[in-house]
Design a binder for this molecule. Sequence first.
Ligand SMILES: [Zn+2]
Ligand SMILES: [Zn+2]
Length: 136
Amino acid sequence: MTTQRTRIYFHGYELITGKISESYDGRAYHWFAKRIETRGHPSEESAQAALREKVLEDVARNQATYIQKISEKHQERMRNGNKPYNGWTVSDFFARESHCFECKRPVSNLYDIVCGSCKWIICNNCAACGCFYNGL
Ligand SMILES: [Zn+2]
Ligand SMILES: [Zn+2]
């Protein structure tokens, strides 16, 4: 049996949908969140729409916790990389970068915070910021 799976990103979550017998199921993952599932949809689009709704509910409930987890991961990376750590601030503008230079995942203005040292957005997935960018 072959199952075709589709993967998209939504606010940093990986949404995976696939057809199981006659209906579509889906799961949403993020390293800082509990796994989210939905089942029994007539189409892939409706499974994705249900997952997006559940992700938005999850973020609305846990945004402060998720921001805390991202900032802790960032602080850990800065310490391990011997970078000067100057805390973080909440981003007051829409993300200018659409993808993280390191892990390539899309950034999200829901919880992308700004590094106090380089003023770049901290990736919600891998916690990279401009302090780790060597591309110039
Ligand atoms: Zn990243
Ligand atoms: Zn930085």
